[in-house]
Design a protein around this ligand. Structure first.
Ligand SMILES: Cc1ncc(COP(=O)(O)O)c(C=O)c1O
Length: 404
């Protein structure tokens, strides 16, 4: 790299690859070893202690076992930490595994109380609400964080933009409310291209790498970016619970980072066009999108976030209409997940947020749309025909109801 402060596009292409030329290769080698030769018993034991204790593999050490360390995973971690501006990355088999590791670290440290701001992704909400891992949660809004803290609070959890309603959270206000308590920010929707929470007071950034970072719908992965000290607390939990990222998935996720800035910007541009079109449709009651009027009262787009992103939600007013639109899409796939190259639509109340307490569940008329790389006019045409098809279905139902 030649410039003093390489831009995000340059770093996305080159991060985690500095040694490739010296290795005589152009792309990262894929090492699938589940186990590694040990030079002798003592050196093996020392390497085990180093990595199981939370450290990174030292130069010349055996990696011992894939659950402790794997070179391709370490490359991906280094690259993501670079993009987020953190000291260390720790990758996992999924976003939920990453959250679980942080919660278990808090429980292990005797600080099992979590303060969390809704909305969160349904799985995260469910994990916290059930206390499955030994945590207990207090739900609050940003203004209530300071009052919700207890002597054993180990973590404050927020998501911005939040899944599925795209609510924005002011991270500086969260950090102020949290005092010295660590703040975990789920940055899955924004990605480091649009928002770097560590610059706004976060302690730990969480990603469902499955989404924009990997970006092609063929990887399930999660990651944390944080300080070296936190990474050292988290790695032993990952090693002992075994929720590691597979090296092939790490390779694909690392490759996904190279086009991340381009994809996010292109998808965001289309999302803006689609949000404006939806806002003009009489059949759509509300468009929830950080770039839409009224959706960013605190002015966080342009300050905390550099752009509104590529996910939006639309409120069609009723479960029946929302379901009919989702099921009538042809180009846009009716499927959960988001952030890939192809557009996906799904019904949060019925799917991703199904396990959320009824009073905190998204409205039944809301659909979440992840805008892909297709020509935006084609996505609009598909939504148009789906809305028309839903109208026809609704008319038929009303006619049927009036006859029975
Ligand atoms: C915002 C957010 N965080 C976390 C997760 C969980 O990630 P994963 O599905 O990779 O476990 C998801 C999944 O949809 C998500 O949307």
């Amino acid at each position: 790299m030649t410039s003093q402060h390489p831009g995000v596009d340059t770093r996305a292409v080159h991060a985690g690859r500095a040694d490739l030329t010296a290795l005589g290769v152009h792309v990262p080698p894929i090492d699938l070893s589940s186990t590694y030769p040990l030079p002798d018993v003592e050196a093996g034991g020392e390497a085990y202690d180093q990595m199981a204790g939370g450290g990174e593999r030292l130069e010349g050490q055996s990696a011992v076992y894939q659950r402790l360390w794997s070179p391709g995973v370490a490359r991906f971690e280094e690259a993501l930490a670079d993009l987020e501006g953190g000291e260390a990355g720790v990758a996992f088999a999924s976003g939920m595994a990453a959250l679980s590791a942080v919660l278990l670290a808090c429980v292990g440290a005797g600080t099992p109380h979590v303060v969390a701001v809704r909305p969160l992704y349904g799985g995260s909400d469910h994990l916290l609400a059930t206390g499955l891992l030994g945590t207990r949660v207090t739900w609050t809004d940003v203004d209530g964080i300071a009052d919700a803290l207890e002597p054993d609070t180990g973590l404050v959890v927020v998501e911005t933009p939040a899944n599925p309603t795209l609510d924005l959270v002011d991270l500086r206000a969260v950090a102020r409310g949290a005092g010295g308590v660590p703040v975990l920010v789920d940055n899955t929707f924004a990605t480091p291209v649009l928002q770097r929470p560590l610059e706004h007071g976060a302690t730990i950034v969480l990603h469902s790498v499955t989404k924009f970072l990997a970006g092609h719908g063929d990887v399930l992965a999660g990651a944390l970016v944080t300080s070296d000290a936190w990474a050292e607390r988290i790695r032993p939990v990952r090693a002992v619970t075994g929720a590691v990222l597979h090296p092939l998935s790490a390779y694909l996720a690392h490759r996904g980072l190279q086009t991340l800035p381009l994809r996010v910007r292109a998808q965001q541009e289309s999302a803006q066009v689609i949000a404006w079109w939806l806002a003009g449709k009489a059949d759509v009651q509300r468009v929830l999108y950080p770039g839409a009027p009224g959706c960013d009262p605190a002015g966080l787009v342009g300050t905390q976030m550099s752009g509104p992103g590529a996910v939006l939600a639309l409120d069609l007013g009723s479960y029946r209409r929302a379901a009919a639109v989702a099921q009538s899409c042809r180009l846009v796939t009716h499927a959960v997940s988001l952030g890939g190259v192809d557009s996906l639509v799904q019904h949060p109340a019925a799917l991703t947020h199904r396990p959320v307490a009824e009073d905190a569940r998204p409205a039944a008329g809301i659909l979440r749309l992840s805008v892909g790389l297709e020509t935006p006019e084609d996505i609009i045409a598909d939504l148009e025909q789906a809305i028309l098809a839903a109208n026809v279905l609704e008319d038929q139902r009303q006619e049927h109801d009036s006859l029975v």
